[in-house]
Design a protein around this ligand. Structure first.
Ligand SMILES: Nc1ncnc2c1ncn2[C@@H]1O[C@H](COP(=O)(O)OP(=O)(O)OP(=O)(O)O)[C@@H](O)[C@H]1O
Length: 193
């Protein structure tokens, strides 16, 4: 895996009139995972969007070495295509044929189903497949376990653990406990409370 780093210093984020967080620092090296926690609306998704370069912080800097992959509530698959063809669109761009995790993710019998008909958990499984296929060393995961049944949630955790063991970085915003070795936690307090 390509070497990677992700750090942020003195980050502040405002959304509308609300200051969500300030003076936030983080630094992740290869093999490290960070669990971002906090009550609803404290800015976990906003932090991920800042780290992904999709949202400008009010203050502070983000430094990154290595490609990143983002998993959030937006599924980057054509809703009108059957799942197999929607994934194949990316396979052509990525110049690859698919990923070995398709079967454990329970997707092989869904390839003929239009993406818009997939259930919540099936969509999340498809998002995990896309995440794996990108082979990016840095994973930014926003509620990756939401909608997954117990087996799929355990598999998702295993995938994150394997990714970090292989030298990747994972930053995971989740309300659910995560069972990952060496996981550190960043709790975003509710400044408005
Ligand atoms: N485009 C926007 N304009 C103004 N406010 C926004 C915008 N997007 C999000 N917010 C507000 O920013 C705050 C933080 O949202 P964010 O989604 O980052 O929180 P979160 O910690 O991920 O929440 P949850 O745990 O519910 O997923 C919320 O109060 C939300 O209403």
């Amino acid at each position: 895996m390509d070497t990677c780093r992700l750090s942020a210093s003195d980050l502040a984020c405002r959304r509308g009139e609300r200051l969500l967080f300030r003076r936030l620092d983080l630094a992740l090296s290869p093999g490290e995972a960070l669990h971002v926690t906090g009550p609803n609306g404290t800015g976990k998704s906003s932090l991920i969007r800042i780290l992904a370069g999709l949202l400008r912080p009010l203050a502070g800097d983000v430094r990154r070495a290595g490609r990143l992959a983002l998993l959030d509530g937006n599924l980057a698959l054509d809703e009108h295509l059957p799942l197999g063809r929607a994934l194949a669109f990316w396979h052509r761009l990525d110049r690859r044929t698919g990923h070995a995790a398709m079967r454990p993710l329970g997707l092989t019998n869904l390839l003929d189903v239009p993406v818009r008909f997939l259930s919540t958990g099936q969509r999340k499984r498809a998002a995990l497949a896309r995440l794996l296929e990108q082979e990016a060393p840095i994973w930014l995961l926003d509620e990756p376990l939401n909608g997954l049944d117990a087996d799929a949630a355990a598999l998702a955790e295993t995938l994150v653990g394997t990714h970090c063991e292989a030298g990747g970085i994972a930053l995971v915003a989740s309300h659910q406990p995560l069972a990952l070795p060496g996981l550190s936690t960043l709790h975003l307090p509710d400044y408005a409370a």
